[in-house]
Design a protein around this ligand. Structure first.
Ligand code: NAP
Length: 566
């Protein structure tokens, strides 16, 4: 599509997108747009670029002070991506692929943020966003077929489309432990980490939470703190990351082969280059299995997950792999009591997000690092001085919260999204998140989600999903413009059918057998259940493409009302 197409045409109208419209009696100045984009992470940034290139009038909002999404906020020590950097990056711009050079196999947060800044500057995207601004409400105006969007800075905008690129992990969750507000030491939240350096030298530090975030923090802070107390409720399985610098020869090869590599990623279940196997666990001998697991442990990264095809469907096979990792904990951790406490039990390996570490288990061999097993000795309260467990008080200079997120749905439920007939997303998701293709909800016309909670969101490469979703939305908008259509939304039947498929597929995986943010178990009173599409990214793409090809099957459109001459 030619840039400028949309605003040339719409500029003929008095309330053309981009124009500031004065209204009587109400808000003095309303900005009229084609699209409001919420969030400046991977999805939002690409959306701004894509829609701008289509000639759409856009306005982005971002609560953070700059681009980067989770990588803007999560500046905690040790923050690092657990997918290969070359995979965890945009594919839409061959120029960016060639101009940007990753330094490590798994990039650390400062490099990821530098990447975001590079992309935003290179494509001049910052001008489309207003930072330090939260959208407080988005309300569908049925009569005029547009969204009215308000922000916490008092702006009021009108837009034909809303794109919620709010991400699956953007609403951090404090633990519901009494006394948190009484604590007089320094309280640090992983997901809202200060911008200035924090020194732990000689300090008594506590960490609550041992998911991916807590594990990364513990292995870094353990190197610096005077004493480190790790308050562990459920232990996670973690495997060696085996991070390494990327050599220039390898990078040159990658840069030559980006298009083919991206195609492989797009055609895979995980949206990435991770090897996957078709081999069933019990199809090889015990000795061969052991060797394959040893090799995967040695190779590092998420290699182990790709060693056998049935690890997420065969409970017995899964338990063998879990036991293999437990045996590795015994090999590393010298104190047998600590080793035992670090061993995850009672849920399948990989049913929680698998963690990657560089020295997590080794950290517990340091004399300054203490594991507090909260199953044996639960936290009673936070005091002025530290954390009181049943067995006594641990005094702390600093307390770090790595207690996770209100995942998948939290961001969209954090503000008022009101669709047709005053129905809110809160109403729509009362029994759990539901949508069609993870992209749109019945009763919320022209409102799109990227990496939505009923797509493959947390289970595949978020960059590939973001690009896919934005491209699909761009296609929808182009189609609607060509056909003179005013609104699009899924039919209730299509949404039900999609959710039935999501549910059926979820019953085949062991992902439902752990209490995680995937299933909403970490947030009090949240509807429980796996609402993610577990069929793999490649299948998700196929199903979306088939719906589009089949004349936007499952979607209902309304035509634009014709202007009547008076
Ligand atoms: P998480 O996996 O949900 O872990 C939260 C931790 O806090 C759990 O250990 C949980 O224990 C604990 N916790 C929560 N409330 C508690 C309480 N009241 N008392 C004691 N412990 C409590 O959250 P996360 O570690 O932030 O990770 C979330 C997701 O972010 C990951 O799954 C991953 O997808 C992503 N992530 C990725 C990377 C990476 O790319 N390397 C890094 C960090 C995060 P229970 O399990 O017992 O509730």
């Amino acid at each position: 599509m030619k840039p400028g197409l949309f605003h040339e045409r719409q500029a003929l109208r008095p309330d053309a997108p981009g124009a500031d419209v004065n209204r009587k009696g109400g808000d003095s100045c309303v900005k009229r747009l084609d699209v409001v984009v919420v969030g400046a992470g991977f999805g939002g940034l690409y959306a701004a670029y894509r829609f701008r290139e289509m000639g759409l009038r856009i306005q982005g909002f971002e609560a953070g002070g700059d681009v980067g999404g989770v990588w803007y906020w999560n500046r905690y020590p040790g923050a690092r991506v657990d997918l290969p950097s070359i995979d965890y990056s945009y594919s839409f711009s061959p120029e960016i692929e060639q101009e940007w050079t990753w330094s490590e196999q798994f990039a650390a947060q400062p490099e990821l943020l530098a990447y975001f800044n590079f992309v935003a500057t290179r494509l001049d995207l910052r001008k489309h966003f207003q930072f330090n601004t939260r959208v407080t409400s988005a309300v569908w105006d049925e009569a005029r077929a547009l969204w009215t969007v308000r922000t916490d800075r008092g702006e009021l905008l009108e837009a034909t489309y809303c794109v919620m690129a709010t991400g699956p992990l953007s609403i951090p969750k404090d633990p519901d432990i009494p006394g948190l507000d009484r604590y007089e030491g320094r309280l640090l939240r992983a997901a809202k980490w200060p911008h200035e350096p924090v020194s732990f030298a000689g300090k008594r530090v506590g960490v609550i939470g041992t998911g991916s975030t807590g594990i990364q923090i513990v292995q870094e802070v353990g190197k610096q703190a005077g004493e480190l107390y790790v308050f562990q409720r459920t232990p996670s399985f973690t495997m060696p990351m085996r991070n390494a610098p990327l050599e220039s020869d390898y990078l040159a090869e990658v840069k030559r082969n980006y298009p083919a590599m991206r195609e492989i990623a797009r055609s895979s279940a995980v949206g990435g280059l991770r090897p996957q196997s078709t081999r069933a666990f019990f199809s090889v001998t015990p000795a061969q299995r052991q060797q394959l697991l040893e090799d995967a442990w040695k190779n590092g990264g998420l290699a182990m997950l790709g060693t056998f095809a049935d690890l997420m469907s065969n409970e017995e096979a899964n338990e063998h792999v879990a036991e293999f990792v437990r045996s590795k904990i015994d090999e590393v951790v010298k104190d047998p009591v600590t080793a035992e406490r670090l061993k995850p039990r009672g849920y399948p390996i990989f049913a929680r997000r698998p963690c990657l570490d560089s020295s997590y288990y080794e950290t517990y061999n340091q004399p300054n690092v203490h594991l507090v097993d909260l199953f044996a000795d639960p936290i009673v309260e936070i005091t002025e001085k530290g954390v009181r467990t049943q067995s006594g008080e641990v005094e702390l200079d600093m307390l770090i919260l790595a207690t996770g997120y209100d995942g998948l749905t939290g961001a969209l439920l954090a503000f008022d999204v009101v669709g047709r007939d005053g129905r809110t997303v809160n109403d729509h998701w009362k029994q759990g998140a539901r949508s069609y293709l993870g992209l749109m909800m019945d009763g919320f016309p022209n409102l799109f989600m990227t990496t939505g909670p009923n797509g493959p969101a947390a289970l595949a490469n978020i960059v590939r999903i973001s690009e896919h979703d934005v491209d699909l939305i761009a296609g929808v908008i182009t189609h609607m413009d060509k056909q003179g259509l005013a609104t699009i939304e899924p039919t209730p039947e299509a949404e039900k059918e999609w959710m039935d498929l999501v549910y059926t597929l979820s019953q085949r995986t062991l992902l439902t057998k752990a209490k995680t943010w995937y299933v909403g178990a970490n947030v009090k009173d949240k509807p429980q259940g796996l609402t993610l599409f577990t069929g793999g990214f490649h299948k998700y793409r196929e199903l979306c493409a088939a719906a589009v090809k089949d004349g936007y099957r499952g979607f209902a459109f309304q035509r634009k009302k014709q202007a009547v001459a008076v």
